[in-house]
Design a binder for this molecule. Structure first.
Ligand SMILES: Cc1ncc(COP(=O)(O)O)c(CN[C@@H](CN)CCC(=O)O)c1O
Length: 427
């Protein structure tokens, strides 16, 4: 595979950009080698600057649930951009977006647009602290909620990928206010709330974890957390930046029938443009400035071009059969991967939800951070490169979920399974 132009670009980038990338997980650090540089993308494919094509299972880390460069999304962006890029006063698309989000996710009685998932989770935690007057928050080992100081404690995604689940630069006084729990451990959650319950402002969780690879909540787990937060007056926050509109039209909260007090969004609601949002109970959201005293702001929040991209994507997501198709393709891929691994005699298990999946090199089911970190990451590394050489791009980390789109054809999936069959033999 020719990668000369990507190599040249990466060499230049490393001189001027930390690690040569604008987001750590893109650097291939945990899998080795160098990232390819994209020239363009279309549907289920990425095309790099050296002319290589990849079947893409990262999808810009989630936004591309309807495929790259969808004509309806591009048309919406072009039409909005012609009218101006940013006004600094409200625009009608912000109202349409708020009406769309609150209709699709009924727990969100009100919503505020921001520009990234990180901003959304930062803001949601501030609302929880401001509304309760309490300071402690609870997060889960291996969950990632963006790079906000309070969250870089036993974090997942890039922090876990780099082996740095905590981060320098986060004051100890602040980090001490973040309590962490093991995911899917009922008793640990009960014990923590018995000890700290009256001091906990909020608990934030990925209702389906996608940042320690893909891990599903055990039956009744989210309901257990809901009951604890209600009992102790803590704000239950579902971080649906990744799961929102992907695993169901109404997100993971629709799948599991659990109503959080606040929800955070990102990725799909921007359709590839920088967008995040947070929303929830009216009595909480009414405390956000300028309606209330809890301050949060953003120059480009609700930007008309970004709103147009997000609204066009959500329109596609709402089409009848969208999630049924996405789920069927996810099952087809995961069943095929497990079968290919079995043929090669390689212990592999998958976790799957509509549109997202996890591949683990282990012969055991994976339900927790400890299970995920016990898997054979060296095998994953070899498998990743075996796929890449065959034109299939999985997330360059053993601790990231994979993503499908409705643009992935059955042929794409069959070709992926064929490539995996060969790559498993090299593991
Ligand atoms: C559940 C969840 N919550 C919040 C975030 C942060 O969103 P952003 O600030 O990157 O838009 C994310 C971001 N996800 C990572 C990948 N797992 C983004 C990729 C990257 O960091 O480059 C998330 O998954």
């Amino acid at each position: 595979m020719i990668t000369d132009l990507s190599h040249g670009l990466f060499t230049r980038a490393q001189e001027l950009i930390p690690g040569g990338v604008n987001s750590p997980v893109r650097a291939f650090k945990s899998v080795g080698g160098e990232p390819f540089f994209a020239h363009r993308a279309k549907g289920s494919y990425l095309f790099d600057v050296d002319g290589n094509r990849y079947i893409d299972y990262v999808g810009s880390w989630g936004p591309m649930v309807a495929g790259h460069a969808h004509p309806k999304v591009l048309e919406a962006v072009f039409n909005a951009a012609r009218e101006g890029l940013s006004f600094g006063v409200p625009n009608p698309l912000e109202v349409t977006m708020a009406e769309t989000l609150t209709r699709m996710v009924p727990s969100c009685e009100m919503v505020r647009m921001v520009n990234s998932g990180t901003e959304a989770t930062l803001s949601a935690i501030r609302v929880a602290r401001g509304a309760t007057g309490r300071s402690r928050i609870v997060k889960f080992e291996g969950c990632y909620h963006g790079h906000g100081d309070s969250f870089l404690v036993k974090a997942g995604s890039g922090a876990l990928t780099l082996g740095q689940p905590d981060s320098p630069g986060v004051p100890k006084a602040l980090a001490d206010l973040t309590l962490t729990l093991p995911y899917n451990d009922f008793d640990a959650a009960t014990a923590l709330f018995e000890q700290y319950g009256e001091e906990i402002a909020g608990l934030i969780i990925e209702p389906i974890a996608g940042n320690m690879n893909c891990i599903l909540p055990r039956d009744g787990y989210l309901q257990h957390l809901r009951a604890l937060c209600t009992q102790y007056g803590a704000v239950l926050i579902f971080d649906e930046v990744m799961t929102g509109f992907r695993v169901a039209p109404g997100g993971a909260q629709q799948v599991y029938g659990v109503t959080p007090d606040l929800t955070t969004f990102g990725k799909i609601i921007g359709g590839g443009m920088p967008v995040g949002a947070y929303g929830g109970r009216r009595d909480l959201m009414q405390q956000v400035a300028p309606a209330g005293p809890i301050y949060q702001a953003g120059t480009l929040s609700g930007n008309p071009v970004a709103m147009a991209a997000g609204l066009a994507t959500l329109e596609l997501v709402r089409q009848p059969g969208f999630h049924a198709e996405l789920k069927a393709k996810t099952e087809m891929l995961c069943d095929g991967l497990e079968a290919a691994a079995k043929e090669a005699g390689v212990p592999v298990t998958t976790n799957r939800a509509c549109g997202m999946f996890g591949l683990f090199f282990t012969d055991r089911k994976v339900h927790s951070f400890a299970d995920a970190t016990a898997c054979d990451t060296a095998a994953f590394k070899r498998f990743f490169h075996g796929l890449l050489q065959r034109g299939v791009y999985f997330a360059p980390s053993a601790f990231e979920a994979g993503f499908l789109s409705t643009a992935h054809s059955e042929l794409d999936i069959e070709l992926t399974i064929e490539a995996a069959r060969a790559a498993f033999r090299e593991v």
